[in-house]
Each structure stands twice: as C-alpha cells, then as structure tokens.
Design a protein around this ligand. Structure first.
Ligand code: M6R
Length: 369
C-alpha cells in the first residue's frame, strides 16, 4: 500500500533511512567484524581473488561505478565496472581468480542474468547483490548478499539504490578484512560511520523541501546537466537518469574535469547545471578543483545548483541555488547526495503531470535482452 502517499515513489524515498538500517542490521558485529554468511564464498576463496568485475544495468550500474572507488581503495584489488548488456560480447578476460559482482534489484534483468551465466561458464565466481529473495540471478550465482529494502513498486529505483550502495560497502569492507589490508583503522572508522548513515539520510529528507520548489521552477527547462568528480560523477549519472526516466527531459552527466574537453560548449545563459561537490574531508584537492569548474560554467551563464556539505562556505559565492547535505566521508557521500536528486526528478516529473510510478515505455524489470 502507498501509506498515505499519492505515489509509491514518494513513499519509497522516505523509506530510505529504514531501508539502509535494515540492510546493515545483523551484519556488523560489536567489534566491527562483518558477518556476511549468505555470501557462500569462503574467506579462502576471497583471499585468492585477483580481480573484481561488476556487472549491472541502469541504476544498479551506477551503484557499481560508485563501489569501484571504495573497493579499490580499501582492498587494493583492481575493479572494473561494465553495463551487463555489453559485457559478454567483448570476450572479457575471466578466470577462477575473478570475482564477478552482479548487482540487480529485481534479480531478473535478462542482460545481467546472461552476463552471470557467461561469467560462470568462464569459471569466475559470482556474487549477486539483489533485493528479491529467491529470484533468478541469486539462484544462479555462487553467493548472494541481499539488500533489505523491502518491495520497491515505483519503476524508478530509489531505496534499492541506497541499499545496493550499503551492500557494496559491506562487500568491500569484508574483503579488506579477510585479506588483512593495511587500512585497519580506516576500515573501523568507516564501519562506525556506516551505522550513522540512516540518521544522515533522514537529515537530508528533513531539509529537502526547497528542492521541490526549485524543481517545479525548472519544469520548462530544455535540458539539465549534471556534474561530479570522483564518486560524485556516478551520482551525477544517477541524477540524470532519474530525470530522463521520470520527467522525459534531456539530461546528461559529465565528469566535471571533462567538460572543458568539449561539452562546455553546451553551456549558455540560464542552463541549469546540478553539481555534486565532494566532501572536504580527505579530498581537499577534488573540492578545490570542482570550485573552479563551477566558476567556469557560471561565468558562461549556467544557473548553478550546487549540492554541497553543510558548512562548506567556499561554494556559496558560486551557487545560484545551494542544497546542503550532511558532512560525511567522501566515499560514503553518495548515500546522502543522491537523495536530493531523486526528490528533484520526482517533483519535476509531478509538476509536468507525469505518473512517476509508471513512466512511459518502461517496466520495473527488463526481462528481455
Ligand atoms: O532490477 P535491476 O536492478 O537489474 O534493474 C536494472 C535497471 O533496469 C534499473 O535500475 C533501471 O535503470 C531503473 N528503472 C532506474 O530507476
């Protein structure tokens, strides 16, 4: 049931703090040790891994792109991310030491399923991250880590995306633990920080009202561009996808540093550009770089909509609109920076009179290749 909301999507957005908490529940022990028993892959198997390949589609692919940053940083294992529909057609190099992570909310996306089958034929080990118990992809994988988001009815992935991120962080931390990486203190700090994330996501929801007003004001925009760096780049891609699928508008995401290599020519007076600013903590260089990217586009007439952590006063002079999110470590920032984008796309689509639960031409799970 819609629980008093007009659309499932609205309900699913506000359920995110709970979904995140439920996905963490029972997986982090008192001493910060992680138990992920449904993985069905032994610590021995995981110590042998020399490469990780993440395959997924759509929003799940964006979760994979974000996962790459933390997995490579914490585990020092090379990690590739690829859209499932491209994967098996390029003769990818896989073997027994490859861990393939298939991310799929439904567990039924045909593109992802075919990629999983292919990977297993090549003897790779496959771990599914999935939200639907007993669906096909986890049944055909060596192990599964379920996200506990509860049923998601709206076609647009929202709460399942945040829980996929949690699952990816847990896998990364777990791998780092079993492989005894040298980041022990950092790993423990992240585990502690993860426990606070439901509360941080709630904070975003509590302060998101101005985003709705802003979204309604952009109902007639021809395009919206999204910029990010580091994990903010896939977050920007997710923001653009949400806008396309719900509001039927042109939207495109760029790595902020790539803009000057061509796409900056798109910037003209009044073009709305949403920018995700990295946390200042530990990533000072990135933060400064994106400030100059914002200045460049603003000087060319862009209307800058800046998502930045609370207290980041340096961005204020360049933000036509400022959306504040809680300050969290950069690698975890997607958990909070995505939420205003979901609200933005949903509200803009509603302002256009679209059905946000059933956008045109789309199905919740895509069971054809
Ligand atoms: O069920 P899956 O996670 O495998 O689905 C993948 C995509 O079809 C899905 O994420 C799609 O992009 C969403 N509708 C986006 O909101």
């Amino acid at each position: 049931e819609k629980g008093g909301y007009e659309y499932f999507m609205l309900k699913e957005i506000v359920e995110q703090p709970r979904a995140v908490a439920d996905t963490l529940l029972g997986r982090v022990g008192v001493e910060g040790t992680l138990t992920l028993d449904e993985m069905r892959l032994s610590a021995h198997d995981l110590r042998d891994i020399s490469k990780i390949v993440i395959i997924a589609c759509g929003t799940s692919y964006h979760a994979g792109l974000i996962a790459k940053y933390s997995i490579e940083h914490w585990c020092r294992i090379p990690c590739e991310v690829e859209v499932a529909s491209e994967f098996r057609y390029r003769d990818p190099i896989l073997d027994r030491q490859t861990l393939v992570i298939a991310i799929s909310q439904s567990g039924e996306s045909m593109d992802t399923l075919m990629a999983v089958r292919y990977a297993r034929e090549q003897r790779a080990r496959v771990l599914a991250i999935c939200n639907v118990n007993g669906s096909t992809i986890p049944r055909e994988s060596d192990g599964v880590l379920y996200t506990h988001a509860g049923p998601e009815v709206g076609v647009a992935a929202t709460k399942t995306f945040l829980t996929q991120l949690i699952a990816c962080y847990l896998v990364g931390l777990y791998l780092a633990q079993v492989r005894n990486q040298k980041f022990g203190d950092e790993i423990n700090a992240v585990i502690e920080q993860l426990a606070k994330m439901p509360e941080q996501v709630q904070q975003v929801l509590d302060t998101v009202e101005p985003v709705r007003t802003l979204a309604r004001s952009l109902k007639d925009a021809k395009t919206v561009l999204f910029l990010g760096r580091h994990v903010g780049y896939p977050v920007a891609m997710e923001g653009a996808l949400k806008l396309k699928e719900l509001a039927y508008m042109h939207a495109e995401a760029f790595a902020a540093g790539e803009l000057k290599h061509g796409s900056i020519a798109l910037i003209e007076d009044g073009v709305p550009v949403v920018i995700v600013v990295p946390s200042r903590e530990g990533r000072g260089v990135l933060h400064d770089k994106i400030l100059s990217n914002i200045q460049e586009i603003r000087a060319r007439g862009a209307r800058t909509i800046v998502i930045a952590e609370k207290g980041d006063d340096a961005v204020r002079p360049f933000a036509d609109e400022l959306i504040e999110i809680p300050a969290v470590p950069t690698l975890l920032q997607p958990l909070v920076s995505t939420v205003p984008m979901q609200v933005f796309a949903c509200e803009l689509a509603l302002a256009k009179g679209n059905d946000v639960d059933q956008p045109r031409n789309l199905a919740k799970s895509v069971t054809v290749e």
